[in-house]
Write a protein of this length. Sequence first.
Length: 304
Amino acid sequence: MPDSLLPISKTTFIGPFEVGRLAYGCWRFSGSTVAGATVKIEAALEIGANLVDTAAIYGFGDEGFGAAEAVLGDVYAANARLREKTVLVTKGGIHPPVPYDSRASNLIDSCEGSLARLKSDVIDVFLVHRPDLLASYDEVAEALTQLRAAGKIREAGVSNFSHTQIRALQSKLDFALVANQPEFSPLAIEPLEDGTLDIAQEMNLAVMAWSPLGGGRLTATHQPEAGTQEARVLSVLDSIATRESVGVDHVALAWVLAHPAVSMALIGTQNVDRIKDSAKAYDVKLSRQDWYDVLVAARGVSMP
Ligand SMILES: NC(=O)c1ccc[n+]([C@@H]2O[C@H](COP(=O)([O-])OP(=O)(O)OC[C@H]3O[C@@H](n4cnc5c(N)ncnc54)[C@H](OP(=O)(O)O)[C@@H]3O)[C@@H](O)[C@H]2O)c1
């Protein structure tokens, strides 16, 4: 039987919002000037990346807690048109030095702090950043329900939740969660087999793959140690990239987007040309064989 190409559409839905399958992540955004940050958001919009993902914690360790949201808020304040054009996603529940705090009062405070920094009336999709092992699902659900009823968030979701944690939280809500945000790339393949991508299909959750380039390790400039997973994966990506006349990063993004359960890849580059070039991922003609070749390189052993 002949091999077939994997379809990679350019748009998808997260809850009611239609968005590009490449989305823009603001983890590394906090050092930007407002002018520089505006150019990055405009570059993202140019390639259809109209979902902007941030979090209260982004900036911590550099410019400070909340700094990435504050820059984005300044961009929106200077140009309301950009707020209207983006689907705004942020996350709460991490307030250092305590690792995680998803008590209802804390999630509500966290969201209100984000709204103020983002200079926005409403968060389109609010995510619980990580599972707080000490918060009951009742109280997490209470916070999300209150925030939604008060019109502070339009939709709710989670990030880094396992399939059992998602199901437990959903059981306490009378509205549907719309998203989960796991790490997923050829260097982080656990979601393929740990139930993350299965529950997403079962519950129609948008899967927002974070660090799709392994945080920069799946790029031409990265020098992997011989014999490692990175080296094996980069070698296969490179041969596809050469054939397709694109970068290894574009092939990695295409690989992420080719999985039927993955809604979007959150790109994190701060380089405007790289933001625009990311759209080359949509043009990669990835066959079923290519996709499994990358997976086998990632696993280090053949498929059973
Ligand atoms: N939910 C969570 O717990 C969680 C955790 C982490 C991240 N995230 C989300 O995921 C988003 C993306 O994460 P990420 O920034 O790690 O994504 P990524 O796209 O995997 O990595 C971005 C890094 O790769 C580098 N890079 C990209 N293309 C390159 C190229 N062609 N050559 C050399 N370097 C290149 C960038 O450097 P340059 O800027 O120099 O291009 C940047 O340092 C974040 O912004 C955030 O929204 C979520």
